[in-house]
Write a new protein. Sequence first.
Length: 299
Amino acid sequence: MPVAGHALAVAGRLAQSASEAAADAGEVKYRADLLRDLLTGRLADAARLPPAWLGALAHRNVTVVVAEPDPLADDSAATLRRHQDALTAAWTTSVRQADPEGVVAGYPGEIVALIAVPPDSGPRSAACPARDAAARVRLACARIPRSFTTGISRQVRGIEALPTAYEQARRAVDAGRRLQGPGAVTDFDRLGVFRLLSLLPADGELERFAVEVLGVLADPQEPEAVDLRRTLQVLLETNLNVAETSRRLYVHYNTLRYRIGKLERLVGPFTQDSRLRLDLLIALEIVHLGDTAPHPPCV
């Protein structure tokens, strides 16, 4: 083939590849925009869904999964974008491996997936497909120096339930990171009392409750308050078993007795009052969780 003809052929193939890439990018954006409208409640009519893509999800039980890249100390916008693109690709591969009709989309600061679950799944087993998918992503992205925190909603059915499930998944991310640290995988259904706390608005009422119950122990920066809160937490976890608490904290039995006396002077007779112990447990978790407001949604 003459040089000019070969060059034209190469140019034609490059142009075709660029056109196909642009078409693929357009399709990805269209799907992401459509999922965003579903998650935020702007699209609630199943008849408007493409039958070959999201239409099937209107008739299946699904969990909504939110995976949020954890921040790095020396973060930059370019690094975050590169890592998130890799995580989005890994989530897409992982979800489609188990569920060819699964839906994945990347947004600034988060990846969202809709994963089908068997209709007879209980609350715990419903989260298994999402947990398995997260484990595959973690393995595939082992070389990326960034963890991600994952939240899993309850199983839902029908597109009208997706906004609530999305909110549950986001709250599970927020609570899971505070409770377990970066990289946590948390089911909304397993949050227990933390689920109730995460549903309260971030208007300062939780913090006020913690201060009322704990008093000076609510100070998150005071070293002595931190030590006494830790002692109180373990005492409550062990049902006031002094010997077990002493063992867990590596402190002498008499030292622990002294601390208990000091705690009762500060917060009241918790060893005699079960209601006060409940208030203290909740207040301690509020201090631990901090602000329970979730991050902004994908709008």
